[in-house]
Design a protein around this ligand. Structure first.
Ligand code: ADP
Ligand code: MG
Length: 226
């Protein structure tokens, strides 16, 4: 596991660097966007829209990088993950409804509290659920299941969207790998990093044209608690 350790150390240095750069980019970007808006009536509308959407794209990428910097600042606490999932579902309900996607949560009533970083783990739920919504261009259904044993909690997020080709599965989660026109390809990388910090894991099972299941596995007595 020496190599594994080295890899995660490297990631955190790169992560800190990225977050620093991201922060520095955001401020001038905001001012640039403001000035572009001043030219709204003076330039070709098509060009104007392209400029704005390209600026927004930079902002999206930079914002996702900033998430990487946060883990050091937040603390582990005992949290109700059913409640956390409920919060996230309410947050995404409008977006889901707009895309004709139904979210069904089958949450076990007797879930134990989990020692975790609430906002970070919510970020994982958000990223995974967003991917599920985005995978169903013509609408569909997301089923969320949660179960606990003595050792661990398993959260399953299942969609019946486009799926991921088998030979693409290893690539998914690599920085900047995206198949979406407006994707950043950073969502799953961030999820993996957060799951690592919880000594948990994220597994993806998928079949093209059938759908995708993302499984989040979290230990109940993790070393991160110490
Ligand atoms: P982004 O969503 O910005 O593309 P992610 O890291 O969240 O970046 O996802 C990377 C890629 O993995 C996506 O572009 C998509 O091709 C694939 N993917 C992730 N989740 C799903 C899913 N539920 N169904 C189909 N493809 C998915
Ligand atoms: Mg995503």
């Amino acid at each position: 596991t020496a190599e594994l350790l080295l890899k995660s150390e490297k990631l955190s240095v790169v992560g800190q660097l990225a977050a620093g750069v991201a922060h520095e980019i955001r401020n001038p970007l905001t001012s640039l966007r403001g000035f572009v808006q001043l030219y709204r009536t003076k330039i070709d509308q098509a060009y104007y829209q392209i400029m704005l959407s390209e600026l927004d794209r930079i902002n999206d990428i930079v914002s996702e990088f900033l998430v990487i910097a946060k883990p050091q600042a937040v603390v582990f606490e005992m949290n109700d993950i059913r409640k956390m999932m409920d919060d996230v579902i309410s947050l995404l309900e409008t977006e889901a409804a707009l895309r004709d996607v139904q979210i069904h949560a089958e949450l076990a009533p007797d879930m134990p509290l989990l020692y975790c970083q609430q906002n970070q783990l919510k970020q994982v739920f958000i990223n995974v659920l967003k991917n599920a919504i985005e995978a169903m261009a013509d609408g569909g259904e997301i089923v969320i299941q949660m179960e606990a044993s003595e050792q661990r909690v398993v959260i399953r997020i299942k969609d019946n969207g486009c799926g991921i080709a088998e030979d693409r599965l290893p690539t998914v989660g690599e920085p900047f790998y995206t198949t979406k026109e407006k994707g950043t390809g950073l969502g799953l990388m961030i999820c993996n990093q957060i799951m690592d910090a919880h000594e948990g894991s994220l597994r993806i099972e998928s079949r093209v044209g059938i759908g995708t299941t993302v499984e989040l596995i979290l230990p109940l007595h993790n070393h991160a608690a110490a």
